[in-house]
Ligand binder design. Sequence first.
Ligand SMILES: [Zn+2]
Length: 428
Amino acid sequence: MIIDNARILTFDADNRVFDSSSVEIREDGTIGAVGGRPGGLPHLDAQGRLLMPALINCHTHLYSTLARGMPLAGPAPRNFTEILEKVWWRLDRALNEEDVYYSALVGLIDSAKCGVGTLVDHHSSPNACAGSLDRIAQAFQEIGLRGALCYETSDRNGPRKAQDGLRENIRFIERTRTHPGDGLIHASFGLHASFTLGDRTLRRAVEANRSLGAGFHIHVSEDRCDAGAVGRLRDFGALDERTLAAHCLHVTAAEMAMLAKSGANAIHNPQSNCNNAVGVAKLPELMRRGVLVGLGSDGCTARMWDEFKTAFHVQKLRARDPRAAYAEAYAAAFLNNREIVRKIWGVEIGRIATGARADLILVDYFPPTPLASGNLFGHLLFGISNAPIDTLIVNGRTIVRDKRCVTVDERKIAEKAAAQAAGLWKRL
Ligand SMILES: [Zn+2]
């Protein structure tokens, strides 16, 4: 297929922009010629829309989707620990297998319509653990998105549940190796957070992962209650270049140096940090000290555009400097997320270049001011981020067209999910 008549933001090394141009999508789901003239293959006329790489969410929790509008009993949580105990740990214990499946479907449809083609998920359902990652993978495959899944192992529900978590990770990592399918589903090894993991469980996870070679995906120092996590994870051998360390808010300069030395990746989730009032990540310091920092939503939103904008605004406020965070917010969203996906799972996305996977979006953005490679940031922040996503293509397959998810029946899934959520809320 050839997409023609598009304004192309390549996000290549020179940030090249092509006006009224075309991109070839090969049969194998990769990008062929960029910026050429259309040949004889079937065309998709972009009608002058903007074509750019699909967005990536490097840390999310699809299981939280059915919490939207969920009633909370008793007084509002006063701090991070109470938020976990009163909201998320009550919710995850109540999830059954169908809840897991429908929450994934709904979260993925929302993400697809927001132009997100790849999600790195961190899952928890302690009373429906075995096989839960298969149900999430099924949802990914039905919709057609790219994903990396894991189960958040924790001792917070006792040693048997911790063992269940270890087993689910190991099983799923092996399954993605023996049954790679279309290559869209990947695995990491999930751990909740250092403060809910005893020495024995952490040691067993590291030992199990030694032969598997998957990266750990874990919350790190999201709140002060988890301070010191980086050193502990390093001492247990849980930090390496495949590790995804979500948040890294309350980390010292010495811990930043440990993260950088290990090659571990930090994932910034600014809206969640605001929502939980846990603090503001030291984004420029982390990057300056050599930590690769990507961007996630932590389940707060499907719109990665909002995370990009919040990352930018929060750092400006923190620095009280209107010049702050241009480079950092841009790097996290558009350069580092794709580098993390390439580094851990070997998938080339996030740029429009020959040979990269064809994960693309068409955006209803017709710039009212000059747009060129040198002034992309202003257009991204104040224009493109607010424009409707018309089309999402993942691995060469059309997932969203004319602003509707074309691979599944959205309305039917929403109705079933609402009934599922009503049942879930009754069990809380
Ligand atoms: Zn999280």
